[in-house]
Design a protein around this ligand. Structure first.
Ligand SMILES: O=C(O)c1ccc(O)c(O)c1
Ligand SMILES: [Mg+2]
Length: 620
């Protein structure tokens, strides 16, 4: 019993065919679907492509697409069959036996299932003479055939062993999203297994746009969108399908992005999908399919520390801000220019070794099993960071996230502060002069092009779940926000970035990263911080006037919020209070938050006000 093979359509990647094949092979794919346009524009002969694939460990799983074939008049049919013979020649030179035929979009196609079946049967007979096969795919915008049920019915009528189906999760699930009474994805489990020739996988966000535009621009890798892909894949496996899991993702960003990085993202999505399918496909199916699964994500207990990379100038200024915020300078690293600052259970490291602008450079999560966390991360293609512990230094395993953030794993519980032995303690007292208790969340800015990759990475690697998607209009453009959290809400990462980047006016990072600290009494914390000289962000009066008008709050509360420059949000009976420092250095600030009644969001409604206030503070 071997594992399922993994494949991708060349259309997923940027570059020419040669770039794409190299990227797919380097990311560990077993095969590719070769797109006609990539082949036509390649300087390599089909034989050379075949050889190159073989040398790179790639099989050519399918050639595609072959369009507008079925249910046409006799002359067009004759022409289409001649066209097919030429493609069959090409496929034999390429070394693939499978041709994808998509349902016709041509006005010439008749709404006649028997005619379509007859034509596809003829095509299959010709293919079979050469040992080739045909996979018929219902495009969601096919002229007459636009559901998997309809394509399956035509294949059933044609009844030829060389004719089967290509199931494409995008077409199936987008149609089901639009017309749940017309088509049912769960039904694919009842297709005779030998009739499913190929499975293409793509996720997508739910959009109201035209389905063709949706498909050609907005497909995503599994786990990056809103489609129930694990459920769908499990249903296809339940039908008996054992061919490749093949990604077919048309996406404007991926078409322009560095193909090596995209191929790794793609492979990570497939590994995570297989894991999820494996969790579902219990019962007899589990015995018959081998799905790879990385080590399970251990339970997380919190964020042990956040590390800021700082240059000398800003490092000293941020150290002064931390002191004013009530943090104690608790220790100095034994071998590196790193300071440990702490208040309550909130720990912040300042790493002076960086030659870069201030940024969140690392986070550490407390895990029940650091080694399992690191092995899981590696299994999901996160590069492990080399650690060279000195004497008396804890051997913390760490991996690099695609956004450059280093993710450390420390043990939960009694041992959770084992990494503290890396530090020579200063003996500074651990008071809580501003009542900060722990790290609430860390917000990491993501360039638009890497937003989906980042979500998938943190979600899959750390076993977090995406929550609180929002989009809001901010001074420098529309901002997208998505949190990933563990079930207990103890590890919260907030990812944000602009939805679009155009021109030079808006700052490259319109919304800096931040580290948010929790308090049980925001008013007390804010007053104490102000008294100690923390550069707190000024919020316009207009905001508080609007708050009063909007939420019918107790005027005494609004007066307190106004006095302390605290922002407010409410969700049913839960409340959220937050205040912020000015931006320190290029791209970091601190936030102090208070959650009541289980408020689980991030005050996104206030983010534009905060961003405008940061802009005002910078202008001075
Ligand atoms: O957008 C298209 O035309 C197209 C082509 C081939 C496919 O497999 C597909 O799903 C879509
Ligand atoms: Mg397809």
């Amino acid at each position: 019993m071997s594992r399922m093979t993994r494949s991708m359509a060349t259309v997923c990647l940027s570059g020419t065919l040669e770039d794409k094949l190299d990227a797919a092979a380097a990311a560990g794919f077993d095969g590719v679907e070769i797109f006609e346009s990539d082949l036509v524009s390649s300087p390599w002969s089909p034989e050379r492509i075949r050889e190159h694939c073989a040398e790179s460990g790639l099989s050519v799983e399918m050639y595609q697409p072959f369009r507008d074939f079925e249910a046409v008049g006799p002359e067009t049919l004759a022409r289409n069959l001649r066209r097919a013979e030429r493609k069959f020649d090409l496929m034999q030179r390429l070394g693939t036996d499978l041709l994808l035929v998509c349902s016709s979009t041509s006005p010439e196609a008749a709404a006649d299932d028997d005619l379509a079946a007859e034509h596809l049967r003829t095509l299959a007979e010709h293919a079979a003479e050469r040992g080739l096969r045909i996979a018929y795919e219902a495009l969601a915008w096919g002229r007459h055939v636009d559901t998997w049920e309809h394509s399956a019915e035509i294949v059933r009528r044609a009844d030829h062993p060389a004719l089967g189906l290509c199931l494409d999760s995008f077409h199936v699930l987008s149609r089901a999203q639009r017309d749940p009474e017309v088509t049912d994805p769960a039904g694919v489990a009842r297709i005779p297994g030998e009739k499913v020739f190929f499975l293409q996988l793509a996720d997508a966000p739910y959009l109201e746009t035209d389905v063709l535009q949706w498909s050609r621009h907005h497909r995503l890798f599994p786990g990056q969108g809103s489609f129930a892909l694990a459920e769908f894949t499990a249903a296809v496996l339940a039908a008996g399908y054992r061919g490749p899991l093949s990604l077919e993702v048309f996406n404007d960003v991926y078409r322009q992005a560095e193909p090596g990085r995209v191929a790794v993202d793609a492979m990570r999505s497939l590994i995570a999908l297989e894991e999820e399918v494996g969790r579902r496909a219990d019962g007899p199916e589990r015995e018959r399919v081998t799905l790879t699964a990385p080590p399970q994500a251990p339970e997380l207990a919190g964020i042990a520390f956040a590390e800021l990379a700082v240059d000398a100038e800003w490092g000293h200024r941020i150290a002064r801000v931390l002191a004013a915020m009530g943090f104690a300078h608790r220790g100095e690293h034994r071998s590196k220019p790193v300071q440990l600052w702490q208040q309550g259970d909130a720990r912040i490291l300042l790493n002076f070794g960086a030659e870069q602008d201030t940024a969140v450079s690392a986070i550490a999560v407390e895990t029940a099993d650091p080694e399992a966390s690191a092995l899981r991360a590696e299994a999901l293609l996160a590069p492990r960071l080399p650690r060279t512990p000195g004497p008396a230094e804890a051997d913390l395993s760490a991996v690099a996230a695609p956004d450059g953030t280093e993710v450390f794993f420390c043990r939960t519980g009694a041992d959770s502060t084992g990494w503290l032995s890396d530090f020579v303690l200063t003996g500074a007292a651990l008071d809580t002069p501003t009542a900060l208790t722990r790290l609430d969340h860390v917000a990491l800015a993501q360039p638009f092009d890497h937003f989906d990759e980042a979500t998938l990475f943190y979600r899959a690697v750390l076993g977090l779940a995406p929550r609180h998607d929002s989009e809001f209009a901010a001074p420098f453009g529309l901002v997208r926000h998505r949190a990933v959290t563990d079930p207990g809400g103890r590890v919260r990462l907030a990812l944000h970035g602009t939805v679009l980047r155009r021109g030079e006016w808006a700052p490259g990072v319109p919304d800096p990263q931040h580290v948010a600290l929790a308090t049980d009494d925001i008013i007390a914390s804010a007053r104490a911080m102000r008294a100690r000289g923390v550069p707190l962000l000024s919020i316009p009066d207009n905001y508080y006037d609007d708050l009063e008008a909007r939420l019918d709050l107790d005027p005494a509360l609004v007066a307190e919020l106004r006095e302390c420059q605290v922002l407010y949000d409410r969700d049913a009976d839960c409340e959220f209070f937050h205040c912020h420092t000015e931006v320190l250095g290029g791209r970091v600030f601190f936030e102090v938050v208070q959650r009541t009644g289980g408020y689980a969001g991030y005050g996104a409604v206030n983010a534009p006000v905060r961003m405008a206030a940061h802009r005002a503070a910078r202008r001075g």
